[in-house]
Design a protein around this ligand. Structure first.
Ligand code: BES
Ligand code: MN
Ligand code: ZN
Length: 510
């Protein structure tokens, strides 16, 4: 695992295989950030000319690599674009993306000095920018190599050590921040590994086992329900979806009890479909392979539970994670079946490809039995979320207060999310003539919102809840950008941690 450190030593006394500095997009030429200025002082003012001959302009995503040919202690400079400054500075997210882009462009260099968040004196938001520079750099080192027969050559290996250039490396808040960044990176990398894992390796029992190993290491109490326990517990939805596969479903419960008094109780739920073929309502072949990522919500919640325990946050947190494989077979659930859920409600299956809500209904009902103060669920629930918001923005539904808090947290974490309504007229679309509900309607209008409505039926009255549809941002099917690799991204872990910290801060003040 690459590690993050901080240093406040003079640039001239430091060494590293490469240095990252930020440049802004000016009207006529690139603007030097304080870190770039400090490097330029060391290079006798030659940086602007080097940038000019290489046509660097400081736009977002631009990385200009310069060999220093013996001038100064850094063999390579990566000048990375931050875009045009807004309100006199650069956003934390532009710094996070720049750090990721730069680190990816520096593969082959073992140690990297990151001067992106350097400021001689702390100003408003300094720590947010340090967080962004650290997270972006570590996240940019991620690679999924589990199934490569050869390890990549050293000239292509990601950095193993990142040092942040800061004004005061002894600052206590900075030290806590470095631990948080490293823990977030561990959680995101774990989630990316789970999402990228092929479905023949990561089936429900194996997913549950990996959750148990990680959870136990983090100090969580783990409970795994197998098929027998699921039947005994009347988890009709999880069993129905899992019935088409020889790899039987599971429900994992992960419990964090803080060593100090808990300020609130939080339930988290994530969709864990290890492969979604659509079942009898089978999907077309094109891009079906991407449906290995249909457990991204579950992976993020497993990692979040571990992260909250690792950081020792003063909340009681219980994760309820349904895991199943959705396949067609002679034992599969079928259209027209009626399923009875954990809480006694029933649904007529009109489309076996709307399986996420069927496993989540049981999980949400179970989570509500714990009477949480807050219930947060996330899932790659609908293709409609991608149609509405594209592949980089999650849709957030639920009760007004918690939905607003999720959006506010996302604005700080840098994970794009947008509040979505649950229009009452769309609820009628999932009435059934034979059961309480149908699981999917044929009308495609507002598909993301209909999914939200279905889930809301399983949230107990008065519980503050949020549903985050991550069908877009959980998996990057295009090429790498910023700190996001191809494949699993780790969304929405950073928002969940920020949200839980906010809930703790509010409960402590109020
Ligand atoms: N896992 C899919 C949603 C999805 C699609 C996620 C593409 C990521 C990328 C989900 O189970 C699904 O198939 N949903 C259906 C619902 C419909 C049948 C009501 C969909 O979106 O078409
Ligand atoms: Mn599906
Ligand atoms: Zn699915």
């Amino acid at each position: 695992m690459p590690t993050l450190h901080a240093t406040d030593k003079a640039l001239a006394s430091l060494t590293a295989d490469a240095i990252i500095v930020g440049i802004g997009k000016g009207k006529t030429r690139p603007l030097l950030t304080p870190g770039a200025q400090a490097l330029d002082d060391l290079l006798d003012g030659k940086l602007p000319d080097a940038l000019k001959v290489l046509s660097a302009c400081g736009g977002e995503g631009e990385v200009t690599r310069i060999a220093t040919l013996g001038a100064g202690p850094f063999p390579v400079v990566a000048a990375v674009g931050l875009g045009a400054p807004e309100g006199g500075g650069y956003s934390a997210e532009s710094i996070r993306r720049a750090a990721g882009s730069a680190v990816r462009a520096l593969h082959g260099r073992r140690s990297v000095l990151n001067a992106l968040a350097y400021e001689a004196n702390a100003t408003e938001g300094s720590l947010d920018r340090i967080r962004a520079a650290g997270e972006g750099a570590l996240l940019g080192t991620y690679r999924y190599l589990a199934h490569k027969s050869k390890t990549p050559p050293a000239r292509d290996a990601p950095a193993q050590r990142v040092d942040l250039l800061v004004a005061d490396a002894k600052d206590r808040a900075l030290k806590a921040e470095l631990r948080r960044i490293q823990a977030v990176f561990t959680a995101v990398a774990f989630t990316r590994d789970l999402v990228n894992a092929p479905p023949n390796d990561l089936y429900p029992a194996e997913f549950a086992r990996r959750a148990e190993v990680a959870g136990k290491a983090a100090g969580l109490r783990i409970e795994i329900l197998n098929e027998k326990a699921l039947a005994k517990g009347r988890y009709g939805g999880v069993l129905a979806v899992g019935s088409g596969s020889d790899r039987k479903p599971r429900l994992v419960r992960m419990h964090h009890t803080p060593s100090v008094r808990a300020v609130c109780k939080i339930a988290i739920v994530g969709k864990g479909i290890t492969f979604d073929s659509g079942g009898i309502s089978i999907k077309p072949a094109a891009k079906m392979d991407e449906m290995k990522s249909d457990m991204a919500g579950a992976a993020a919640m497993v990692a979040t539970a571990c992260l909250i325990a690792e950081l020792g946050l003063p909340v009681e947190l219980i994760a309820t994670i349904p895991m199943a494989e959705n396949l067609p077979s002679g034992t599969a659930y079928r259209p027209a079946d009626v399923v009875t859920f954990r809480n006694g409600k029933t649904a007529e299956i009109t489309n076996t490809d709307a399986e996420g809500r069927v496993v989540l209904a049981d999980a949400i009902a179970r989570a509500c039995e714990d009477e949480p103060d807050w219930l947060i669920e996330t899932s790659t629930l609908t293709g409609a979320a991608r149609i509405a918001l594209g592949a980089r923005t999650a849709g957030v539904m639920g009760s007004d207060d918690l939905r607003g808090r999720v959006i506010a947290a996302s604005e700080r974490s840098g994970e794009a999310m947008w509040a979505m309504p649950l229009p009452p007229e769309l609820r009628k679309g999932i009435d059934s003539s034979v059961a309480d509900l149908i699981n999917a309607n044929t009308d495609r209008l507002g598909g993301m919102l209909v999914g939200g409505h279905f889930l809301s039926e399983f949230v107990s009255e008065g519980t503050e809840w949020a549903h985050i549809d991550i069908a877009g941002p959980a998996f990057n099917s295009g090429s790498a950008w910023g700190y996001n690799p191809k494949g699993g991204t780790g969304v929405p872990i950073r928002t969940l941690l920020t949200l839980i910290e906010d809930l703790i801060a509010d409960a402590t003040v109020g």
